[in-house]
Design a protein around this ligand. Structure first.
Ligand code: HEM
Length: 156
């Protein structure tokens, strides 16, 4: 294996780590601040989570298929090799869950900012957005775990 292949693989693994770590980390802090009912904390955390989306998660989401594809080409694998095919499908599912999550996080950030400005409680919509956000998180988390397993075990 050449050094350039290994470098691509390193970038791929770092991106996977970033996607999983930043995803789990931001979800944890969103959940914790929501439970605190502290609107000032919610406003700060939702703002930071939206920033983390564009700084860490989005680049990782873009880099993974590119580096994955380059490795497939190098190794001479087919896209239809089952572990690659299923990983790619699950990756798309992660992205499909993440896109509405980004939108929900921006909405929650804006609602928290308005509540602070007007010195009001959070509106009921915030709770609704938070519930949808949570439900999208579970399939994304499980899919990412399965992709990790498929990439390592390559069972088929
Ligand atoms: C987007 C589509 C993806 C493609 C096409 C792809 C492709 C690949 C390929 C071909 C390898 C093997 C490199 C080798 O033979 O040494 C690999 C390794 C790896 N991939 Fe992916 N990947 C993708 C997404 C992901 C995702 C979403 C994750 C985790 C969230 C991930 C985590 C890993 C890890 C940890 C390895 C190293 C496994 C090992 O060497 O044992 N990949 N990937």
């Amino acid at each position: 294996m050449t050094d350039s292949f290994l470098l691509i693989k390193l970038v791929h693994i770092l991106s996977a780590t970033l996607l999983f770590g930043a995803g789990l980390g931001t979800a944890f802090f969103m959940w914790r601040c929501h439970r605190s009912n502290d609107i000032a904390a919610i406003a700060v955390v939702t703002r930071s989570v939206v920033l983390a989306d564009s700084t860490f998660i989005m680049p990782a989401i873009l880099i993974l298929p590119v580096t994955g594809y380059l490795m497939i080409e190098y190794m001479g694998y087919s896209l239809y090799t089952p572990w690659i095919f299923w990983s790619f499908g699950l990756y798309l599912l992660v992205v499909a869950c993440w896109l509405p999550v980004v939108w929900l996080q921006m909405k929650m950030r804006d609602l928290a900012a308005v509540a602070i400005e007007n010195n009001e409680a959070l509106p009921a919509t915030f709770g609704l957005y938070f519930r949808i956000w949570t439900r999208l998180g579970y399939p994304a988390f499980v899919s990412a775990l399965i992709v990790f397993a498929l990439m390592v075990f390559r069972p088929l």
